[in-house]
Ligand binder design. Structure first.
Ligand SMILES: NC(=O)c1ccc[n+]([C@@H]2O[C@H](COP(=O)([O-])OP(=O)(O)OC[C@H]3O[C@@H](n4cnc5c(N)ncnc54)[C@H](OP(=O)(O)O)[C@@H]3O)[C@@H](O)[C@H]2O)c1
Length: 288
């Protein structure tokens, strides 16, 4: 049985949806923190069990009978995230999984400017040491994050004030979910870290402001905020300092070119060109 964690989150839910187009429901299980939120999957014949990465004993039940376990990375940072991932990896191996899969990030590296990429690198170290084959899906940067950065500009006067950046291959959740399902359904297709799973072009926020202007018909202007001003804007709005620094890390990493690679692997996995940011913005403009 293929087990997917985080199946009540944005990415995990879509991975299970796409997996169900490739694999019979009775061969799919989900491990979720709140099974009530996965009732829709249970109704369709998916095995739903409760599991949290903070509770290894509970994961033993949630992962029982697993052939492959896909661990969706948690929405935490630093040692807290890595420790939870280690617990999930250990539970997958203890349950007898033949392969452990993990949603990593392009640019995963211990010296990344972006904390999450350092955490993904540490998790990949744990995968290398876990004793069974693993696949680390090095996902492109979620385009949803770029769209979120545009939100205040569209709600206000049209100015996107962000730190200096660099090109980023912003990638759609739906495409990444489709790719994960393809890899799960074709066990062993990738061993170890995948190439970066990215959209076909890398865009700066200058580019994105132009695209948003075309798509929305409103003039969106990108201006450059110093890192300090950006941090202050966030903390003034109640964002905790650690989270503000994490967001700043995205820009520092983009400036260093950590997210600029584009690679054809995602397109080949999903059998179509990846979704463009124009299409995403046209289908779901920020704030709608
Ligand atoms: N590639 C990128 O650009 C990018 C950007 C942002 C985030 N990410 C990473 O990708 C992950 C998936 O993205 P997403 O958009 O689907 O985020 P999301 O909607 O916040 O989903 C995160 C999932 O992790 C689950 N989770 C959190 N803590 C857990 C724990 N202790 N044990 C078990 N499950 C736990 C959550 O469970 P509940 O449903 O119960 O809350 C949720 O299902 C994120 O968590 C983050 O690590 C990547």
């Amino acid at each position: 049985m293929i087990i997917v964690t985080g199946a009540t989150g944005q990415l995990g839910r879509q991975i299970v949806e796409r997996l169900l187009t490739r694999v019979p429901a009775d061969q799919v299980g989900v491990s979720v923190r709140d099974p009530r939120k996965a009732q829709g999957f249970a109704d369709r014949g998916v095995r739903v069990r409760q599991g949290s990465f903070t509770d290894a004993a509970g994961l033993a039940d949630a992962f029982e009978g697993a052939t492959q376990v896909l661990i969706v990375s948690v929405d935490k940072l630093g040692e807290q995230a890595v420790q939870q991932h280690r617990t999930a990896i250990g539970a997958a191996v203890a349950a007898g999984a033949r392969r452990v899969l993990y949603t990593s990030h392009m640019g995963a590296d211990p010296s990344s400017h972006f904390q999450a990429c350092r955490d993904h690198a540490a998790t990949e170290d744990a995968l290398r040491a876990c004793g069974v084959p693993f696949t680390s899906l090095r996902n492109g940067f979620h385009a949803a994050s770029a769209v979120q950065f545009l939100g205040p500009a569209l709600a206000g006067g049209g100015e996107v004030a962000l730190p200096a950046d660099g090109p980023v291959s912003w990638t759609a959740h739906a495409d990444l979910a489709d790719a994960a399902a393809a890899v799960l359904a074709d066990e062993g297709r990738f061993d170890g870290p995948t190439p970066p799973l990215t959209a076909a072009e890398a865009l700066t926020f200058d580019d994105i402001a132009k695209i948003a202007t075309q798509v929305t018909g409103r003039t969106i202007t990108r201006t450059t905020a110093t890192d300090d001003r950006f941090r202050r804007q966030l903390t003034d709005r109640g964002v905790p300092a650690e989270a503000a620094d994490h967001l700043l890390g995205i820009f520092a990493a983009a400036r260093a070119g950590e997210f600029s690679t584009v690679d054809p692997t995602l397109a080949s996995l999903i059998g179509r060109p990846p979704t463009t940011l124009d299409t995403m913005l046209a289908e779901q403009p920020p704030g709608h």
